[in-house]
Ligand binder design. Structure first.
Ligand code: SF4
Ligand code: SF4
Length: 92
């Protein structure tokens, strides 16, 4: 059973700890964003469960792959097919 400073088992005892857990190392699929296809509608931003799609001044600026877990939700919800999921072992 996990017994670190943040929690035991599935219990999260302290808030604001998500930045301490980099999920990017275990994902097996990677989102690849196309600036050419993207219309900056921002639909993908609130759907990302890791909150790792960043925008500034209504422009999608970055997907932080250190925290992306490769779930593919962003690619699924994008109405413009501007995010494609690739095998993480592929050269991206
Ligand atoms: S693949 Fe999942 S975790 Fe990664 S950026 Fe897309 S929605 Fe977020
Ligand atoms: S949903 Fe697609 S078009 Fe909209 S901001 Fe995200 S990547 Fe760009």
């Amino acid at each position: 059973m996990s017994n670190n400073i943040y929690g035991r088992g599935a219990a999260i005892l302290k808030d604001g700890t998500s930045l301490d857990v980099k999920t990017g190392s275990w994902k097996n699929r990677t989102p690849v964003h196309s600036k050419e296809k993207c219309k900056n509608c921002m639909l993908c931003v609130p759907y990302c469960p890791e909150g790792c799609i960043y925008q500034k001044d209504s422009i999608l600026t970055n997907i932080d792959l250190d925290y992306c877990k490769g779930c593919g939700i962003c690619a699924k919800v994008c109405p413009f097919k501007a995010i494609e999921m690739k095998d993480s072992k592929e050269e991206i």
